[in-house]
Design a protein around this ligand. Sequence first.
Ligand SMILES: N[C@@H](CCC(=O)N[C@@H](CS)C(=O)NCC(=O)O)C(=O)O
Length: 331
Amino acid sequence: MAPPATLVRSARHLWQCQWRLLMGGLGPADGQGRYRRPAGAFTSLPPLPEDAAEAGSHVLIVGRSCPWAHRAWLTWTLRGLAASIDTVVVVPDPDAGRWRFSEAFEGCSTLIALYRRCGADPGARATVPALYSRRKREILVNESARLIELLNAWPAAPGAPDLAPPDDLPAISTWRERLQGEVNDGVYRCGFARNQAAYDEAEAALFTALEDVEASFAAQGESGGGWLCGGSSPSLADVVLFPTLIRMELVYAPLFGCSRRPLWQLPRLWEWRRRFHALDGVAGTCFPTAWRRDYFGALFPLHPSAIVPAGPDLATLVGSPSPAAPAAPHR
Ligand SMILES: N[C@@H](CCC(=O)N[C@@H](CS)C(=O)NCC(=O)O)C(=O)O
């Protein structure tokens, strides 16, 4: 038998009060209910360290599910920085709501303990990515937008691409600025919106930006290099777009409501994603099972059951041309 309407109404009211409280734990909102990402602790761009080229001199701390860490991991991969920068992968502790080290790192078992030891403000969030100097025993930077710039300036492996060539810098900066707010943070603005109007605004901005990326690929035509800023190799603009788009069908569409246009309806973007995923080393930074488990398992206010959905299989998203692409004509 269905429960009485009054019981449903009071349960809904009670849940909504609790939901608002719990959402506050995920991040702050402005007066209109729009999600506002809090500022980090070590956010300015540091100079290139003197010992940058020394083997194992630095450590890049990442988490598998974090898209901000993913862009740093991709930059590290594409620039071939394994000789001088080690990586350490932290794992989420969903009950405590923090990152922990699988094995003690510099005497710390949690990321927050390392942050405190490095002098972070007691109220600061301990976020990934973070770049740690072994010699100074300090976190140099934890803002991914600056960190990828630093990693691109780092002494790289021979033949590694410059992800921000001077001639393309204006286009790269324009795209990066737009993608950061409307796409990278945009999916969170959808998922963490506190009301319908805040969601509608973020969702419209997200899909307008993605349609504009699609249009920009169309404008490049056959002569374009296949990358967002037109060059013959990817740039930092491509690097920041990928972590969001590769999580789209797996997490952001089902969990954050970013579902108006499935990506296959933007065939150039679909093809770009397939091409980026095929770059050397990129597949090794993608962990669909961990992404699903971490997002669906940890974001309690959005998904109280913590049931982790199955699929889609990543291979079906990156392994073939867009299903919407026109078939080649028969000869
Ligand atoms: N501004 C940071 C944001 C990074 C961020 O929010 N990372 C999340 C994971 S996706 C985190 O570590 N959160 C832990 C916390 O807030 O305590 C950046 O872009 O590097």
